[in-house]
Design a protein around this ligand. Structure first.
Ligand SMILES: NC(=O)c1ccc[n+]([C@@H]2O[C@H](COP(=O)([O-])OP(=O)(O)OC[C@H]3O[C@@H](n4cnc5c(N)ncnc54)[C@H](OP(=O)(O)O)[C@@H]3O)[C@@H](O)[C@H]2O)c1
Length: 227
């Protein structure tokens, strides 16, 4: 076994693609999802019920994993929501869309990471991957698209930097990775990349990035992204 990876939002989209890729590469996959009936029954993929919005759900998932597995070598915070269509004007966006985007895309990552740090600390070489987005790039922003989603992903990038600084001493690197524009429910059918292409590149990058690069923001092939 190459290692144990916990992937959130693993029932569909990129999370599901990552679960299959890691399993095919010899990893034991803890596929966390709200509806575990949608998680593949591959023997190397173990379904874990987990809703990132719920303290109870996350702590019960942590207890289940602590009872059945020695450690977590990689945590992939993949879950996200994209409220609205993306082209709404600021004055027309309900405040709840911003709250929903932050609750899942930022606070959800914090809740999950805190709960699984004790299991990451049991690994000889743990790492944390936050699935971000080119939409979270502040320096390249020239339009007003995707307000709730893009501001939440920019916040996730800041969270990644802060976590990297805090956990550097413990040698737990934290990276923000953009998967590219991918054909999923969120990415839509016009996206150029398949889930398999994105997950294949992300697998290579997540397993190869070195500790010294902790706190960085990268594309799926490991190219440096602007902040
Ligand atoms: N697709 C793209 O083009 C693209 C581009 C840039 C970045 N990304 C990022 O890539 C990641 C995956 O995106 P995707 O395209 O695969 O999205 P997706 O197809 O919309 O899937 C989102 C996943 O998140 C899960 N999820 C949502 N809320 C949850 C919650 N409260 N608890 C647990 N799971 C929850 C969903 O589970 P349910 O089935 O239970 O709803 C689903 O498995 C996200 O971080 C996204 O921002 C995607």
């Amino acid at each position: 076994m190459a290692g144990i990876v916990l992937i959130t939002g693993a029932a569909r989209g990129i999370g599901r693609g990552l679960a299959k890729k890691f399993a095919a590469e010899g990893w034991l996959v803890l596929a966390a999802a709200r509806r575990t009936t949608d998680v593949s029954l591959d023997p190397a993929i173990h379904a874990i019920p987990l809703d990132v919005l719920s303290d109870d759900s996350v702590s019960s998932a942590a207890a289940t994993i602590a009872a059945g597995y020695p450690c977590i070598d990689m945590l992939i915070n993949n879950t996200a929501v994209f409220p609205g269509e993306g082209n709404e004007r600021l004055e027309d966006i309900p405040a709840e869309w911003f709250e929903d985007a932050f609750a899942t895309n930022v606070v959800g990552v914090i809740r999950v990471t805190r709960a699984f740090l004790p299991l990451l600390r049991k690994s000889a070489s743990a790492r944390i991957i936050n699935i971000s987005s080119g939409a979270g790039t502040v320096s390249e922003k020239t339009d007003s698209a995707y307000y709730p989603y893009s501001v939440s992903k920019a916040a996730l990038n800041m969270l990644t930097r802060a976590m990297a600084a805090e956990y550097r001493e413990e040698k737990i690197p934290v990276f923000a990775l953009s998967p590219g524009w991918v054909k999923t429910d969120m990415g839509g059918s016009a996206a150029p990349l398949s889930v398999e292409e994105s997950a294949g590149s992300l697998f290579q990058t997540t397993t190869r990035l070195e500790l010294e690069k902790s706190g960085g923001f990268f594309g799926r092939d490991g190219e440096v992204y602007p902040w």
